[in-house]
Design a protein around this ligand. Structure first.
Ligand code: S3P
Length: 436
């Protein structure tokens, strides 16, 4: 594949308009999986047409689930029931998607057949013991390549429920165990060190599976049935994040981001930017499919550096690359701690952001679990996205206010979570184009 680099040019003009970003990645993955093993037909609207979620749909298709696509952003899922998936000897390719692989590991651990989950170069470097170890205590049999993909899941192992106190705050770990718990004897209980996004719990409930949950705790028992329901996927706040930060930092801007999912476990970026002096209001707040959604109205404001409170870190775990850019332009110093998880995302996001910002003349000290950023100005330069969609989009935002163009290497993976980002960004006033 030829490599795609981008150039983000400083524009000197404000960003204006209404923006609808694509559907939520976490909700889209889960809607496919629960629809697949439900009884009946589920209609998903607002589905993310990204490479990550399409990889999950393709895998479920290989396992015998039929999907229809009446229009882009919609899927009709013909559920096969809890025990209706069929095995395949072909490897199942999760692409770049950690969520796809970790959740499918839980789902496939409970099947009667063997499966092999593989991923791209980035996913093949990511830690999997965080799911395979607790799944093994439930009775699953999974081989890894030294704790990393591929995952060879041996089917037919009887699973038993466990109480698992997770050492990491990870919705992927929690969800993998709950998915395996559907197939287990007895109760599966997950206790988290800090509450994480609860879409698995809320969607299981919507599909009719009895589940007890509260922030940081979830418990279910095996032996029930999932009944198909329709799912409305909200716009992804993690994709909105790039426009939120862009409108905050470009003078004169006013962007309205419509129908954004505002689950409280996802809104840490809004809290962080508010502490920094941002001007963000929520309008038209409502619930859709049990989830809070609303329109975010973001106006430019002069940002100031802050010491980020530790307790909001898990609520904005995917938004740090964008926050690093806000911090780089803010007055004064921003300190980020307690975010070591960033080192095991699609790239080592602390290193990728620190090196990229340094290349643009920003004063930044990398810490094992965060960074200290001395804000003020961003220069031009060449940065490597390390094939990480969120690093690429963050530097596209940085280019808006840089003193010279920023060239961003290796941007093709933006299509994993945000197909059409460049076109949408340019409609609001970015000047973003492929490098010749
Ligand atoms: C996700 C959980 C988070 C997040 C990822 C999506 C999910 O990962 O970073 O993009 O859908 O459960 P962790 O659970 O590993 O923190």
């Amino acid at each position: 594949m030829t490599r795609l680099d981008w150039i983000s040019e400083p524009t000197g003009t404000e960003l204006l308009g209404e923006v609808v970003v694509p559907g939520d990645k976490s909700v889209s993955h889960r809607a496919l999986m629960f629809g697949a093993i439900a009884e009946g037909v589920s209609h998903i609207r607002g589905f993310l047409e990204g490479e990550d979620t399409r990889a999950t749909a393709a895998i479920l298709g290989r396992l015998g689930v039929r999907f229809e696509t009446p229009a882009p952003g919609e899927r009709i899922v013909h559920g096969v029931g809890l025990h209706g998936l069929r095995g395949t000897s072909e490897p199942l390719d999760c692409g770049n998607a950690g969520t796809g692989m970790r959740l499918l590991a839980g789902l496939l651990a409970g099947q009667a057949f063997d499966s092999v989950l593989v991923g791209d170069e980035s996913l093949s470097r990511r830690p999997m013991r965080r799911v395979t170890d607790p799944l093994t205590t439930m009775g699953a049999s999974i081989d890894t390549h030294d704790g990393r993909p591929p995952l060879r899941i041996h089917g037919g192992a009887p699973l038993r429920g466990v109480t698992y106190r997770s050492p990491v705050a990870s919705a992927q770990v929690k969800s993998a165990l709950l998915l395996a718990g559907l197939y287990a004897d007895g109760a599966t209980e997950v206790i988290e060190p800090h509450p994480t996004r609860d879409y698995t719990e809320s969607m299981l409930k919507a599909f009719g599976w009895p589940i007890d949950y509260a922030p940081g705790h979830a418990r279910l028992e095996g032996g029930h049935t999932l009944r198909a329901v329709d799912v409305e996927v909200p716009a992804d706040i993690s994709s909105a994040a790039f426009f939120i930060v862009a409108a905050c930092i470009v003078p004169g801007s006013l962007l309205r981001l419509k129908g954004v999912g505002l689950n409280p476990r996802r809104t840490g970026l809004l809290a962080a930017l508010e502490l920094m002096g941002a001007n963000i209001t929520v309008e038209n707040e409502r619930t859709s499919g049990g989830e809070a959604i609303g329109d975010l109205v973001v106006r430019h404001a002069r940002l100031r550096g802050v010491a980020l409170p530790l307790d909001i870190v898990p609520d904005m775990i995917d938004e740090f690359p964008a926050l690093f850019v806000a911090a780089a332009i803010a007055d004064g110093m921003t300190t980020i701690r307690g975010a070591a998880e960033l080192r095991v995302k699609e790239s080592d996001r602390i290193a990728a952001m620190a090196n990229g910002l340094k290349a643009c003349g920003v004063l930044i000290d990398e810490l094992p679990d965060g960074a200290i950023i001395r804000g003020g100005r961003i220069g031009g330069g060449f940065v490597d996205s390390h094939g990480d969609h969120r690093i690429a989009m963050s530097f596209a935002v940085a280019g808006l206010v840089a003193s010279a163009p920023i060239t961003i290497g290796d941007c093709a993976n933006v299509a994993t979570s945000f197909p059409g980002f460049m076109e949408l960004a340019n409609l609001t006033g970015f000047d973003l184009h492929p490098a010749p």
